[in-house]
Design a protein around this ligand. Structure first.
Ligand SMILES: *[C@@H]1O[C@H](CO)[C@@H](O)[C@H](O)[C@H]1NC(C)=O
Ligand SMILES: *[C@@H]1O[C@H](CO)[C@@H](O)[C@H](O)[C@H]1NC(C)=O
Ligand SMILES: *[C@@H]1O[C@H](CO)[C@@H](O)[C@H](O)[C@H]1NC(C)=O
Length: 354
C-alpha cells in the first residue's frame, strides 16, 4: 500500500516536473534566429557559390551599414534582419558561408539561404545555386560547430528555443515552372503545387527531427506584381499579372493547410504561417498610405527588368532615394518594404514567440 502510494507520488512529481519543463521551454526567450530560403533571406551565401545570382556589388547595399554590398538583394536590410532585431537579437542575420563571421556570431543568428533556389531541386539547378536539401546539410554542420562552441546542453537549449524562419517558393514558379517547359510537361500547376507541398512537409519534419520547435513557414508574395512581371504584361497596361497572384494565393492556402495539419500530427511542434501576401498587396496598391511614392517600377536602373548584374552602378536611371520605392530591383522589395513586412509579421504571427 505504502509503496504503491510512493510510486504514485513519484509519478505525479515526475509528471509535474515534465510539465514545468514544457511550460518553461514553451515560454523561453528566443536565443537565436535560424533562416532557410531564397534571395528574400540570403545575406551573402551566393558570394561563395559559382553563380550569376549575385548582388555583392554597388548599388546593392548602398543603405546598409557602411554602404556595404553584402549579397543581400536589397539596398539595405532584409525582413529577417528586422525580425532578429525585434527579438532583441542582432540587427543583422549573417550568411553561414560569409568568411567575415564565425560561430560566435552564428550562435545568435544565421542564414543558410541561397538566392535563386526553391523547394524543387530543378529550381536550384537553373542558376546553379544551393538546393534546399543542402541548406539542411549546412544546418547539420552548424549544429556540430555550435555544440563544440557552446557545449552540448547550451547548444541543445539554443537549437530547441531558436526561431526558425523559412522563406522560399517564388522561384519554383517564376524561374522554373513558368520559364522552362520541363516541369510544365510533367505537372499541371495544381499537381506541381502538391509536389512542392510534399517537399515543404518533409523539410519541416526533418527540421523538427533535428530539434527545431518554433518554426515560421513563409507564404508567397503577390508575385504577379513584381516589376519584372508587370513589364511583361504589356497587353494589360503593365498591370499585375493576375494569374501569378492567383497561383500565389492558392499555394498559400495549401501551405496554411500544411501548417494546421503538421501542428496536429507532431506534438510539441509550434509551426506558424507567416503570410506576406496581403500586406504587400496593400502596400503595392496604396503606396502613399505607407509613405511610398512608386510601386510599379523599382528603384534600380529603369526599374522594369534589372536585378543582379543588370542592376549596375553604371545605370544613370537609378533613383536617388529608395525609401520612396516599394521595390528596390525588378524582383526584390526595398529595405523600407522589408521593414514594414517584418513589423506586420512580428505583430500578427511571431508575437507568440516574443
Ligand atoms: C570570432 O571572431 C572574432 C573577431 O571577429 C574573434 O574575436 C573571436 O575569437 C572569434 N570566435 C571564434 C569562436 O572563433
Ligand atoms: C533532391 O536532391 C536530393 C539529393 O540528390 C535528393 O536526396 C532528394 O530526394 C531530391 N528531392 C526530390 C524531391 O526529388
Ligand atoms: C528619402 O525619402 C524618405 C521618405 O520619403 C524621407 O523621409 C527621407 O528624408 C529621404 N531621404 C533623403 C536623403 O532625401
Amino acid at each position: 500500500m505504502g509503496s504503491s502510494h510512493d510510486t504514485l507520488l513519484a509519478a505525479v512529481l515526475l509528471w509535474l516536473h515534465l510539465f514545468f519543463i514544457l511550460i518553461i521551454s514553451a515560454r523561453a526567450k528566443v536565443p537565436a534566429i535560424i533562416v532557410f530560403g531564397d534571395s528574400s533571406v540570403d545575406a551573402g551565401n551566393n558570394n561563395q557559390v559559382p553563380t550569376i545570382a549575385r548582388s555583392n556589388f554597388r548599388p546593392y547595399g548602398r543603405d546598409f551599414a557602411g554602404g556595404e554590398p553584402t549579397g543581400r538583394f536589397c539596398n539595405g536590410r532584409l525582413a529577417t534582419d528586422f525580425i532578429s532585431e525585434a527579438f532583441g537579437l542582432r540587427p543583422i542575420v549573417p550568411a553561414y558561408l560569409d568568411p567575415a563571421y564565425n560561430i560566435s556570431d552564428f550562435a545568435v543568428g544565421v542564414t543558410f539561404a541561397s538566392a535563386g533556389t526553391g523547394y524543387d531541386n530543378a529550381t536550384s539547378d537553373v542558376l546553379g545555386v544551393i538546393p534546399l536539401w543542402r541548406e539542411l546539410e549546412y544546418y547539420k554542420d552548424y549544429q556540430k560547430r555550435l555544440r563544440a562552441y557552446l557545449g552540448d546542453w547550451k547548444a541543445i537549449d539554443t537549437l530547441s528555443n531558436a526561431l526558425y524562419v523559412i522563406s522560399i517558393g517564388t522561384n519554383d514558379f517564376l524561374e522554373n515552372y513558368y520559364s522552362f517547359p520541363h516541369r510544365r510537361m510533367q505537372y499541371t500547376i495544381d499537381a506541381y503545387q502538391e509536389f512542392l507541398i510534399g517537399i515543404a512537409r518533409n523539410f519541416i519534419v526533418d527540421l523538427h527531427g533535428l530539434g527545431a520547435r518554433k518554426i515560421s513557414l513563409g507564404g508567397l508574395p503577390p508575385m504577379g506584381c513584381m516589376p519584372l512581371e508587370r513589364a511583361q504584361n504589356l497587353a494589360n497596361g503593365n498591370d499585375c499579372m493576375e494569374t501569378y497572384n492567383i497561383v500565389a494565393m492558392r499555394f498559400n492556402a495549401k501551405l496554411y493547410d500544411l501548417v494546421m495539419k503538421l501542428n496536429k500530427d507532431i506534438p510539441g511542434l509550434q509551426l506558424v504561417f507567416s503570410n506576406p501576401f496581403y500586406i504587400l498587396l496593400q502596400i503595392i496598391s496604396k503606396p502613399s498610405l505607407y509613405g511610398f511614392e512608386v510601386s510599379q517600377r523599382a528603384c534600380c536602373a529603369t526599374g522594369t527588368f534589372e536585378m543582379g548584374y543588370t542592376c549596375s552602378q553604371r545605370s544613370l536611371f537609378t533613383c536617388p532615394n529608395a525609401t520612396k520605392y516599394v521595390f528596390w530591383d525588378a524582383f526584390h522589395p526595398s529595405e523600407q518594404t522589408n521593414r514594414l513586412v517584418a513589423d506586420s509579421v512580428v505583430k500578427t504571427v511571431l508575437s507568440k514567440f516574443l
